[in-house]
Design a protein around this ligand. Structure first.
Ligand SMILES: Cc1cc2nc3c(=O)[nH]c(=O)nc-3n(C[C@H](O)[C@H](O)[C@H](O)COP(=O)(O)OP(=O)(O)OC[C@H]3O[C@@H](n4cnc5c(N)ncnc54)[C@H](O)[C@@H]3O)c2cc1C
Ligand SMILES: Cc1ncc(C[n+]2csc(CCOP(=O)(O)OP(=O)(O)O)c2C)c(N)n1
Ligand SMILES: [Mg+2]
Length: 573
């Protein structure tokens, strides 16, 4: 069958199971757009190519399937870079397709020519410059394999205009990836498994560190079985939230810079850490030389380059987390009756009690609207439904992690590694495309919202009923918090004005309201849920509220700045 390169592209995408694509057209990708009309793929027209990449990423994180974005050469391609880097840092499988100038023009500074494979080399798992129609199929097939296999990540395919336009024989079979035939994911040797089992059995104060790998590997049941059999408490990274239900008695909550105090204390006092699909990010460890000083470490991880990268470990179990746990757990003797474990859990529980009295939830209603209250009310209103919360980056992101109690994997989608402001609204649109039956909330700061709010138009045009909760504090709040603690409250460039978000939403054709008082939070959420289309709620919260606890960057993990006790709110005066 003779097809153009553009037709081959869509033919292959359809065969890879793609039904949705997010993109923005332009000259160098026009042949592909023209051919697209003949294929059963729905295209979502974004308002900025960064949005397309975040939508593909949100789609991928909501489902585990590859998300796909498409753009033209030059500025279309460079606008994608932030979204590609975001996916790279969080191991999210996306494939980005860009048009490129004609192959004979490459290197001439042709109109909208940019070396996008060069630019994205460090932020993709792999990328391709395809200059001939006959190479399109193999590139697409391999890209999908690479994006998903092992540790997932973004792949970019740059296709010249002439490669899209010229024709060749299409042979799906012949284009099967051969160079990188799917490798069997390695499994640890039995001796290492028994060594790990021994360490676990003998530990008196073990903690499981559950990361993003739990979700990626689909290991939530295996993790639960592991924790229950060993009677071991579980701490989550930001991206590991949802790996074990928040309501599970062994779930401690989030670790790290803004983790719960009792979690960080437990890690520092542990005699064994079992890291499950997490990469010991600096937001997680604080100062490495004093991190969990008395703990042996077991690291279960699919990417060998993560082993001993930040934290030296005693036993490394390289492989897919679920497969490793399925082999490890049967080697463990049930520890439910162990006195040591009971004492350890009771100790952690005691420090949890101390933190509870400092919690902002304990603050009497003083007429102020705190972000923590908004998030907690959102959780109360949506907890019994199939809800996905997509957060942006900043204080609101941390409050969401602390006060929205996730029960399921893939119910929190957030940019962790790159910390990309502007992520939430487009990623929520991608998640809604992927899971139309789910209720999708974007929780976003007034700063981040202003970075990609143009995508509200996309939500309207595509009838995607995302609900947007702006946590509006009039500041680039997280940066203001750093200035408060570490720069003597010199608020350089952090006070932030914005448009009237209600009027703005109205102009987009989006239903909206502002909320200024606590009593109006739940009714506004109920109204948003009842409304058929997209909704924006402008929650005007306390301006100088602070995320507690906080481990200053590079400090000892247990050297936390705690909320003052009794609670005094800096902004309540
Ligand atoms: C403002 C801000 C504050 C933050 N504060 C915190 C904080 O307080 N606490 C916190 O935890 N994070 C925090 N983060 C997030 C932090 O930067 C990291 O993104 C996060 O800690 C990474 O979590 P992770 O290691 O679980 O996930 P990833 O970075 O996604 O790493 C996942 C790991 O799992 C491995 N893996 C993937 N698939 C498998 C598989 N099938 N089997 C086995 N292994 C697999 C990968 O190779 C990788 O090593 C913050 C981010 C921001 C923006
Ligand atoms: C694209 C980008 N630019 C800058 C930053 C640095 N940064 C991290 S948090 C933050 C403030 C976010 O403000 P806002 O969106 O209002 O959220 P808040 O912290 O107030 O909840 C900034 C500027 C970033 N993470 N991403
Ligand atoms: Mg803000």
């Amino acid at each position: 069958m003779k097809l153009t390169g553009a037709q081959i592209l869509w033919e292959c995408l359809v065969r890879e199971g793609v039904t949705e694509i997010f993109g923005y057209p332009g000259g160098a990708i026009l042949p592909a757009y023209d051919a697209m009309l003949d294929y059963p793929i729905r295209h979502t027209l974004v308002r900025h190519e960064q949005g397309a990449t975040h939508m593909a990423d949100g789609y991928a994180r909501a489902t585990g399937r590859v998300g796909v974005a498409i753009a033209t050469s030059g500025p279309g391609a460079t606008n994608m870079v932030t979204g590609i880097a975001t996916a790279m840092l969080d191991s999210s499988p996306i494939v980005c397709i860009t048009g490129q100038v004609g192959s004979r023009l490459i290197g001439t500074d042709a109109f909208q020519e940019i070396d996008i494979t060069g630019i994205t080399l460090p932020v993709t798992k792999h990328n391709y410059l395809v200059t001939r129609a006959q190479d399109v199929a193999a590139a697409v097939r391999e890209a999908f394999q690479i994006a998903q296999e092992g540790r997932p990540g973004p792949v970019l395919i740059d296709i010249t205009k002439d490669a899209q336009q010229s024709s060749c024989e299409f042979d799906w079979e012949a284009a099967a990836p051969v160079r990188r035939a799917r490798r069997e994911t390695p499994l640890p040797v039995h001796a290492d498994l028994t060594r790990a089992a021994e360490l676990i059995q003998n530990a008196k104060r073990p903690v499981i560190l559950a990361g993003h790998g739990v979700t990626i590997s689909g290991a939530e049941n295996a993790l639960r079985a592991f924790a229950e059999r060993g009677n071991i408490p579980v701490a989550a990274t930001l991206l590991g939230i949802g790996g074990l239900p928040a309501s599970h008695p062994l779930n401690l909550g989030m670790m790290g810079m803004h983790g719960e105090a009792w979690v960080n204390i437990a890690i520092q006092q542990a005699d064994l850490l079992i890291a499950c699909g997490m990469r010991f990010d600096d937001r997680v460890t604080g100062k490495l030389s004093t991190y969990a000083p008395n703990a042996r470490k077991i690291h279960i991880e699919i990417d060998p380059s993560e082993i001993n990268k930040n934290v030296p470990v005693d036993v490394a179990l390289v492989g897919d987390l679920r497969a490793v746990l399925d082999r490890l757990v049967p080697l463990l003797v049930p520890m439910i009756d162990s006195g040591d474990r009971r004492r350890w859990l009771a100790e952690i529980e005691a420090s949890r009690g101390d933190s509870a009295v400092r919690d902002i939830q304990s603050l009497p209603d003083d007429g102020h609207l705190y972000a923590a209250h908004v998030i907690n009310d959102l959780w109360r209103a949506t907890r019994d439904h199939d809800t996905i919360v997509v957060t942006d980056v900043g204080q609101h992101q941390m409050w969401e992690a602390q006060y929205y109690h996730h029960e399921r994997p893939r119910s929190l989608i957030t940019s962790g590694g790159l910390g990309t402001m502007g992520f939430a609204v487009p990623a929520a649109i991608g998640a809604k495309r992927a899971r139309p039956e789910a209720e999708v909330w974007a929780v976003v700061g007034d700063g981040g919202f202003q970075m990609t709010m143009c995508e509200l138009a996309t939500a309207v045009q595509e009838s995607l009923a995302i609900k947007v909760a702006i946590i509006n504090n009039g500041f680039l709040g997280m940066v203001r918090q750093w200035q408060e603690f570490f720069y003597e409250r010199r608020y350089a460039a952090t006070p932030l004005s914005g448009p009237d978000f209600v009027k703005l939403a109205d102009a987009f054709g989006v239903h909206s309201r502002a909320v200024l008082a606590r009593r109006d939070v739940l009714p506004a959420i109920a109204e948003a849920r009842a409304h058929q289309g997209p909704v924006v709620i402008d929650f005007r919260v306390e301006q100088e509220d602070t995320v507690y606890p906080m481990v200053p960057a590079g400090a000892d993990l247990h050297a936390m700045i705690r909320r003052p006790n009794p609670i005094v709110e800096t902004a309540a005066d």
